[in-house]
Design a protein. Structure first.
Length: 192
């Protein structure tokens, strides 16, 4: 392990602030989930993120673990921002949350292409955990996580630990459980 990598690891341990990149196509629900986490409520008036936004979210400790401060980099999902921001803001991330609108299967091919381009095949992110949220499960036409996983070719991922979980930004369904999975993987990675 290089000196810089050891230094980064030590600083992150001391601060207990972990950089997590939140990615996904526009209208997938990234900002809505983050606002639910930080404010505790669903707000239908959310506007889409233009560029980037940074949220601080405290992930509570479970079973004797310390709480972790997550610095969530919410990057706009419009194509302009994907091309200009996603790769540069991925640097230094200890995990990725990739949000997919599970009720919009017509966009699954585009979501797959962007996930593989900016996260899975990105040498800067090799080995970091990826949490895929199959969001909008409150809608009647939402696809189950298995179908979303198949559409994203997650069965071909070999250089990351990953999980796909059904969520609903509107109801709060499964969001805390999903983030607990990511938190445990990030802690394990920091302790390597």
């Amino acid at each position: 392990m290089s000196f810089i990598a050891r230094l980064r690891k030590r600083i992150q341990k001391e601060r207990q602030a972990i950089k997590i990149s939140w990615l996904g196509l526009d209208h997938a629900g990234k900002t809505t989930i983050l606002k639910r986490l930080s404010q505790g409520v669903f707000d239908e008036r959310n506007v889409r993120t233009m560029g980037m936004d940074v949220h601080q979210v405290l992930l509570p400790g479970v079973a004797g673990t310390k709480p972790i401060q997550m610095v969530a980099w919410d990057l706009g999902g419009q194509i302009t921002f994907r091309e200009s921001l996603w790769e540069s803001y991925m640097r230094g991330s200890m995990g990725v949350v990739y949000v997919v609108d599970a009720a919009d299967p017509d966009r699954f091919p585009e979501a797959k292409m962007e996930l593989w381009k900016y996260v899975i095949n990105n040498p800067q992110t090799t080995g970091i955990p990826i949490l895929v949220l199959a969001n909008k499960q409150d809608l009647p036409n939402a696809q189950p996580p298995g179908k979303v996983a198949y559409a994203l070719d997650l069965h071909k991922v070999y250089n990351h630990s990953y999980s796909i979980m059904p969520t609903s930004a509107k109801t709060g369904f499964n969001i805390q459980e999903a983030l607990e999975w990511l938190k445990q993987r990030v802690i394990a990675k920091l302790n390597e």
